[in-house]
Design a protein around this ligand. Structure first.
Ligand code: SF4
Length: 350
């Protein structure tokens, strides 16, 4: 039986060069092929006319472009967010979101089908875990957004990627880091060190490994509560990796990498948004290189909580700044009308 065709989005540029040699082709063609994949964003081998016919024939025989089909596409009413439900080869579906805030174009991409972490307020957590994404399936989401911008003749190109879609990226460490290497390539999408952010629910071994390997990504940690008991009630993963171990790992990460960590705090009315909660998180982060992102809850069918009102969110922010010198932003709940909270579109379509 002949091997399954190789997804070209799974390969770094060096791996592609080696692969061309294995197929009996001149590695000289690598630069042109890479350009077609990530600069011209070609959607078929036929759209690569400058490659010799022999090269295209070999590619057709042994490889494929792992382009993701759009099953559903929805724009938010404010025009800032577009959400794609994308189909994988095994008919599973993942979500990718194109965001245009503050003049920057960002793709929010998924790392798994579903998620094993089970955060109570999260639509993906409510779906459960199906499988990891391969690196090529992660890369293909960024390519999908870059191509959509090109097709729409938008003047801005994709500048940032956040791994905050479906799944826990540090649970799929190898594939995510391989994808990061491909996304960063200067001759391709060129999403360098300051342009990729990985969001974790607090997988301590993964945070320590990121620090050890000095991976060139920004780190965001979903905190949501400042005591072990409150956090474990919202984020079941906290029972495996308790708050004190998580904060020790975050300190190690910041000391080793000299990078600030973004701490995500989903604001849930009456649950974690009081002045007392603000002081608890202020104490926890005092003196650390930290920025808190306060995100009013995106309501989901599977969780009864409501988003914090604007005034309480501002008060929370004020306490962090004035009493603890901790910087924070309150994120707009844009895209709410297209269910742009993680996993909500896949749940609705399922
Ligand atoms: S919030 Fe993130 S880590 Fe938690 S269940 Fe949802 S996708 Fe998984």
């Amino acid at each position: 039986m002949s091997p399954a065709p190789l997804n070209l989005y799974d390969l770094t540029r060096e791996q592609l060069r080696v692969q061309l040699v294995r197929w009996g082709l001149n590695p000289f063609h690598c630069a042109r092929l890479w350009n077609y994949l990530y600069i011209e964003l070609a959607d078929s081998f036929a759209a690569m006319p400058e490659l010799p016919a022999k090269v295209r024939a070999q590619l057709k025989a042994h490889a494929r472009l792992g382009i993701l089909a759009t099953a559903q596409e929805t724009d938010s009413s404010d025009g800032f967010t577009r959400k794609y439900l994308l189909s994988l080869d095994d008919a599973a579906a993942i979500e990718t979101v194109l965001m245009r805030y503050t003049g920057r174009v960002t793709a929010c991409i998924s790392s798994q089908v579903g998620c094993a972490m089970g955060c109570v307020f999260c639509a993906t957590g409510q779906m459960g875990y199906t499988r990891h994404l391969a690196a090529g399936e992660i890369v293909a989401q960024a390519v999908h957004v870059a191509r959509a911008l090109r097709v729409a003749r938008e003047p801005r190109r994709l500048r940032n990627v956040v791994l905050m879609g479906m799944g826990e990226p540090l649970h799929n460490y190898e594939s995510v880091m391989h994808a990061v290497d491909i996304l960063r390539d200067d001759a391709g999408l060129a999403l360098g060190a300051e342009r990729i952010t990985l969001s974790t629910v607090g997988v301590v071994p993964g945070i320590l490994r990121l620090a050890r390997e000095k991976r060139p990504v920004h780190l965001a940690v979903s905190l949501h509560a400042a005591t072990q008991a409150e956090r474990a009630a919202l984020v079941p993963a906290a029972r495996k990796w308790p708050l004190d171990e998580l904060m020790a790992a975050c300190r190690t990460y910041s000391e080793t990498t000299r990078r600030r960590i973004f701490y995500e705090w989903t604001l849930i009315e009456g649950r974690n948004d009081s002045a007392g909660h603000a002081r608890a998180v202020g104490e926890l982060l005092r003196g650390l290189p930290a920025q808190v992102n306060l995100i009013p809850l995106n309501p989901t069918a599977g969780y009864a909580g409501a988003p914090t009102r604007s005034e309480a969110a501002r008060n929370f922010q004020q306490i962090l700044a004035v009493e603890f010198g901790v910087r924070s932003t309150v994120r707009q709940r844009r895209g709410i009308d297209i269910a742009a909270g993680c996993g909500q579109l896949a749940v609705a379509a399922g």
